[in-house]
Design a protein around this ligand. Structure first.
Ligand code: ASP
Length: 324
């Protein structure tokens, strides 16, 4: 038998095995890894979606938080997991930025994963501890510039959305600040509430409740338009940082080699979750809208990841900031 024929037969058997596996899938609990701490914005998005997907799949989709190194530890865990559909990753824009920010990544971002679909895009908010002296963004910028040696800016590590937004903020105001990394912005929020850190740029999925409750101060949203949930909160552009917009997109991935039929089954379940009135209502309360059915597909996420890696690469290289 020629090598080509053997290769062809092996690929054929793998496809058949994959199709057989996909037919009964899922027969047990699925683990969705969130590469940040429990209680943070990525965790919130994942739990809402996982709950609804569990009902559709007839098996529990449980969340495991594997925080650290800006989301790269959790992503690395999924890269080496069995490609059987029982380990998934829900990650955000950091999946794309880490590909350049980390020169020694333990996995190959475009080579080690398969795609399920896009989940949502969440705006960010520039927030501070409650007793921060400044009343608006211009006042905050003046204060920060005068106290640059003391003002602390929380983030969830290099590669996290909060890191990206914080970098953009420091660059926009041309002032480096003291950054404080956490395993997620869940614990960073606890310290912001306690006044142990001064500032953070974080997703509305983590800040909305505190902003509404008056337990932290909000200066701006990073969306191009104001949000329905905060009609009085200006956009960063309106408040003095012209063109400062950032949206944090989220996607679900599986390890490379996961049968296509399983990724498609998961994306159908994801689409149903994103059309679930409870999920839509909860997302709306948190200032975000679910991705469309066309976006919650393997092809759309693959394209998004590739485009975003290409978009951020020159920006990161020009800034010369690396994690290692
Ligand atoms: N999404 C947050 C960030 O990137 C981290 C988290 O979800 O805890 O900063």
């Amino acid at each position: 038998m020629t090598r080509k024929l053997i290769g062809g037969l092996a690929a054929g058997f793998a496809m058949l095995a994959g199709a057989a596996m996909a037919q009964d899938y899922p027969t047990r609990q699925i683990t969705m890894i969130v590469p940040f701490s429990a209680g943070g914005p990525t965790d919130t998005v994942a739990r809402l979606v996982a709950e609804s997907m569990s009902r559709d799949l007839g098996q529990q989709v449980i969340i495991e938080n594997v925080g650290g190194a800006g989301g790269t530890l959790g992503a690395g865990r999924v890269a080496t997991a069995d490609p059987d559909g029982y380990t998934l990753l829900l990650h955000h824009i950091g999946m794309a930025t880490s590909a350049t920010l980390y020169r020694k990544l333990a996995y190959d971002t475009l080579g080690d994963f398969e795609y399920v679909g896009l989940v949502t895009e969440v705006p960010m908010t520039i927030v501070s501890r409650k007793d921060m002296e400044a009343a608006d963004l211009k006042g905050l910028i003046s204060y920060v510039k005068e106290h640059a040696d003391e003002v602390t800016l929380a983030n969830a590590g290099i590669g996290a959305a909060s890191h990206l937004c914080g970098m953009m903020f420091m660059s926009a105001i041309d002032t480096p600040l003291v950054t404080v990394p956490y395993k997620g912005t869940g614990p960073a929020m606890t310290d912001l509430l306690g006044g142990q850190v001064d500032l953070m740029c974080d997703q509305t999925t983590n800040t909305t409740q505190q902003i509404k409750g008056g337990t932290i101060k909000a200066y701006a949203v990073t969306s191009p338009e104001r949000l329905a949930i905060f009609p009085d909160l200006p956009t960063a552009s309106e408040a003095g940082l012209d063109g400062f917009t950032v949206g944090i997109w989220h996607g679900i991935y599986s390890p490379k080699g996961t049968p296509a039929a399983i990724n498609v089954r998961l994306s159908v379940s994801l689409q149903k979750a994103l059309a679930d009135p409870n999920v839509i209502a909860r997302f709306a309360e948190l200032g975000t809208t679910p991705s469309s059915a066309a976006e919650a597909t393997p092809a759309a996420l693959k394209e998004k990841l590739e485009t975003e890696i290409a978009r951020w690469k020159p920006v990161i290289e020009a800034a010369g900031v690396y994690a290692d």
